[in-house]
Write a protein that binds this ligand. Structure first.
Ligand code: M6R
Length: 366
């Protein structure tokens, strides 16, 4: 049941504080350390791995792009994130030193499952991040990390994504402490910060009224919208663009903001909506100049930024704030306003939010 919400999507958006919390606390032991009971990789297995592929489709692929940042930053292993329907046909280099991480809410996506079988045959170790216990992908993997999001009914994936992000942060921190690439102190500090996330997720969702009443109307009649970001925010831009395309049918594209001058900026004209994601402290100034560049060419700029960065207002027409957060963990919060924005734009356009046209919840054909 929708528990009083108008749509499953909105209900599932609001289940994120608990999904994030469950995914996290089920793996913290009494000493507050990460214990991945369902991942049997020994220190020896881990030391052998010299390359990681993260393979998935759609929103799960976008979570895998963030996973790459976390694993490379914490565990110092090179990672390639790939789309399952591309990976399996491009003859990737796989051997017994390769770890393949599959991400799939349903655990049944045809291309993701085929990628698993393909890599297994070539000797890779297989770890999956999935939400469905006993699913095909879970059954055929060497190790499984379950997201505890609870059943996701809406075709548009929301709580599966945020719990996949938490999974990647935990896997990356666990690999890192075991490999000795981060200090015990930093590890403990990151776990403390992860423990704050459920509350920060709730706080970020308090932007709902602002998004519904002040921001969604700016996109409602748009035919096209652009999502810009740098670093991790570029991956969030991709997820934001997918979400609005699939449920509101507005054409949307994500761009790495630094690529604007290499062609993209030609698309900006008077009134073009640009969603500028500027949550990365380290890249903030650069994002603000990109926002000024598009604004000077007539764009209507909707920014997403950390609460303390009020300076963003000089380059934006509307701002949605998220709570202050570390650059590396921001993804868990940044996606929330993007989900709410897509939801309200779709509702205001009269779209069938939970069952968008032409789509199925689980894609079991290639
Ligand atoms: O079940 P999976 O996570 O393997 O599904 C992958 C994609 O089909 C899925 O994330 C899809 O992109 C969603 N509809 C996006 O909201």
């Amino acid at each position: 049941s929708k528990a009083g919400y108008d749509h499953f999507m909105l209900k599932e958006i609001y289940e994120q504080p608990s999904g994030v919390k469950e995914t996290l606390i089920r793996r913290l032991n009494s000493d507050g350390e990460i214990q991945l009971d369902d991942i049997k990789m020994t220190k020896e297995d881990l030391d052998k791995i010299n390359r990681v592929y993260i393979v998935a489709c759609g929103t799960a692929y976008h979570a895998g792009l963030v996973g790459k940042f976390a694993i490379e930053k914490f565990a110092h292993i090179p990672v390639i994130t790939d789309i399952a329907s591309e990976f399996r046909y491009r003859d990737p280099f796989i051997d017994d030193k390769t770890l393949l991480i599959l991400v799939s809410q349903s655990g049944e996506t045809a291309d993701t499952l085929a990628s698993l079988r393909y890599a297994k045959e070539k000797g890779a170790r297989i770890l999956s991040v999935t939400n469905v216990v006993g699913s095909s992908i879970a059954r055929e993997s060497d190790d499984v990390f379950y997201t505890w999001a609870g059943p996701e009914i809406s075709v548009a994936s929301t709580k599966a994504y945020t719990t996949q992000l938490v999974s990647f942060y935990m896997i990356a921190l666990d690999f890192a402490i075991r490999k000795g690439t981060i200090s015990r102190e930093y590890y403990n500090e990151m776990i403390e910060k992860l423990k704050d996330m459920p509350e920060l997720v709730s706080k970020a969702l308090e932007q709902e009224t602002h998004i519904k009443e002040d921001v969604a109307k700016e996109l409602k009649n748009a035919t096209s919208a652009f999502y810009l970001g740098r670093g991790l925010d570029y991956n969030l831009a991709m997820e934001g663009a997918l979400k609005i395309k699939e449920i509101s049918y507005i054409h949307a594209e994500a761009f790495a903001a630094g690529e604007l001058k290499h062609g993209t900026i030609a698309l900006i004209e008077e009134g073009t909506p640009v969603i500028a994601i500027a949550t990365q402290e380290e890249l903030f100034e650069k994002m603000v100049s990109n926002m000024q560049e598009v604004k000077a060419r007539g764009a209507y700029v909707i920014a997403v930024a950390q609460e303390h960065n009020k300076e963003v207002e000089k380059a934006a027409d509307k701002v949605i704030y998220i709570p202050n957060v570390d650059d590396i963990l921001s993804s868990i919060l940044t996606v929330l306003p993007l989900q709410l924005l897509s939801y309200y734009v779709a509702v205001q356009r009269g779209c069938d939010v939970d069952k968008p046209r032409n789509l199925a919840k689980s894609v079991t054909v290639e």
